[in-house]
Design a protein around this ligand. Sequence first.
Ligand SMILES: *[C@@H]1O[C@H](CO)[C@@H](O)[C@H](O)[C@H]1NC(C)=O
Ligand SMILES: *[C@@H]1O[C@H](CO)[C@@H](O)[C@H](O)[C@H]1NC(C)=O
Ligand SMILES: *[C@@H]1O[C@H](CO)[C@@H](O)[C@H](O)[C@H]1NC(C)=O
Ligand SMILES: *[C@@H]1O[C@H](CO)[C@@H](O)[C@H](O)[C@H]1NC(C)=O
Ligand SMILES: *[C@@H]1O[C@H](CO)[C@@H](O)[C@H](O)[C@H]1NC(C)=O
Ligand SMILES: *[C@@H]1O[C@H](CO)[C@@H](O)[C@H](O)[C@H]1NC(C)=O
Ligand SMILES: *[C@@H]1O[C@H](CO)[C@@H](O)[C@H](O)[C@H]1NC(C)=O
Ligand SMILES: *[C@@H]1O[C@H](CO)[C@@H](O)[C@H](O)[C@H]1NC(C)=O
Length: 405
Amino acid sequence: MAKTVQIVPGAWGIGWSFQSLIALLVAALVIACVYLTADSRWLLKEQVPANNSSSSCNLFSGKWVFDNKSYPLYKEQRCPYMWDEYACEKYGRKDTTYQNWRWQPHHCDLPRFNATSLLEKLRGKRLVFVGDSLNRNQWISLVCLIESSIPPAFKSMHIDNGSLLTFKATEYNTSINFYWAPMLVESNCDDPVNHHVQFRIARVQAIEKHARHWTDADFLIFDSYIWWLAPHMKVLWGSFESSDGIYKEVGMLRSYEMALKTWSDWLDIHINRSRTQLFFVSMSPIHLRGEEWGMETGQNCYKETMPIFQEGYWGSASYPRMMQIVESAVDELKTRGLKVQILNITQLSEYRKEAHPSIYRRQWTPLTKDQLSNPRSYADCGHWCLPGVPDVWNELLFAYIFGFS
Ligand SMILES: *[C@@H]1O[C@H](CO)[C@@H](O)[C@H](O)[C@H]1NC(C)=O
Ligand SMILES: *[C@@H]1O[C@H](CO)[C@@H](O)[C@H](O)[C@H]1NC(C)=O
Ligand SMILES: *[C@@H]1O[C@H](CO)[C@@H](O)[C@H](O)[C@H]1NC(C)=O
Ligand SMILES: *[C@@H]1O[C@H](CO)[C@@H](O)[C@H](O)[C@H]1NC(C)=O
Ligand SMILES: *[C@@H]1O[C@H](CO)[C@@H](O)[C@H](O)[C@H]1NC(C)=O
Ligand SMILES: *[C@@H]1O[C@H](CO)[C@@H](O)[C@H](O)[C@H]1NC(C)=O
Ligand SMILES: *[C@@H]1O[C@H](CO)[C@@H](O)[C@H](O)[C@H]1NC(C)=O
Ligand SMILES: *[C@@H]1O[C@H](CO)[C@@H](O)[C@H](O)[C@H]1NC(C)=O
């Protein structure tokens, strides 16, 4: 069953509330010399990994290497589509080494991200991210990764009514969308702005209302995780509009499983197998409990400046059981001839406790005196600063789009 996590959804995404004791000790981080110089093994010329098969290289198993020569891949201030939730420098963050880490898989190199070749690949096509604000974090990252390769007159951003966000590269006749569906199926959190609900209700059998917005996509990247971690979760049989619906409390894992079943059935029926490439992004970890990485109880990601270097580190906010449900759904889809690739970013992101916005982001509601006196209490330890970790998720996506499997 779900452990209780203190998560309160906020405007435009998720705000993170954390009951924190006053930190008496700001532990001095003794950091080994990790500032490695740029790694000469970096294969700049390689477009795809030298070895194509996952049996020979797991891209998700590796380590972070400091590399301020090649990273960041873009500048926060130069990306006109940056969002204030992720613009950590703009909101006062002074330590910026969170932008300088490269992901180095153990047994091969990641291909270098090439915006032009991605745009060529997407010519005449549509790529859609579907999910919650972590997926939107990744979408903004991808937009920032490619936009500088497109002259101003040939790109645009359009926000329909909030649910569907569209970046267009007109020269390429390409659109890169984000669609807000935090639980994939219909839920009472579907309003893109006012989804601040404590009692979650998921209509686990209904997805069509959302799915019709991405039926024709060529690339679909899903995620759905954080919104299921609610203390109270009900499923609804019937519709939100009619009064004769049946509401039932169902355990989180079971309701997640039902929702993914609806999602798989929809894919089975609607996806053109020779056209659409499917991805599911695994859980994005949260860094709210400093004690898990050796800090005092009450500390969180606030003031962290270095990644975790303990190989295999895994925090308590990532639920392997949920991941297994995704894997079973994906395995089952395989038997129906549908291939969904899992972007297994959980472990690699677990190491990056320092890469969250914490307090360096736009605050949507005025902060109280109590909050101001204790910045940890309002630190966002769930989303990610940009440039940063989601750029690496996109480098992995890039590798997969170019045939790594
Ligand atoms: C590619 O993978 C094979 C095993 O599938 C391995 O024997 C070979 O050494 C790998 N080549 C490189 C360049 O990593
Ligand atoms: C990159 O990091 C090294 C080692 O910390 C430092 O000496 C150098 O000034 C940095 N370069 C840039 C461009 O930040
Ligand atoms: C990126 O890809 C384009 C077209 O595929 C190619 O012409 C260019 O050299 C590549 N750039 C780099 C830095 O590899
Ligand atoms: C643009 O792409 C869409 C599919 O996304 C296609 O239907 C349309 O014909 C394309 N238009 C041009 C001018 O290539
Ligand atoms: C947003 O617009 C789409 C059509 O573009 C519509 O189907 C959907 O109901 C709208 N959502 C809201 C919340 O108004
Ligand atoms: C599926 O996609 C392929 C490749 O784009 C296309 O040739 C084919 O007509 C599509 N099939 C259907 C049923 O739409
Ligand atoms: C994802 O990565 C974790 C940690 O490396 C691993 O335990 C899990 O089996 C992986 N899942 C998949 C589907 O690759
Ligand atoms: C990798 O796989 C893709 C398609 O799956 C293929 O086009 C490409 O040539 C392969 N590259 C190498 C280096 O084997």
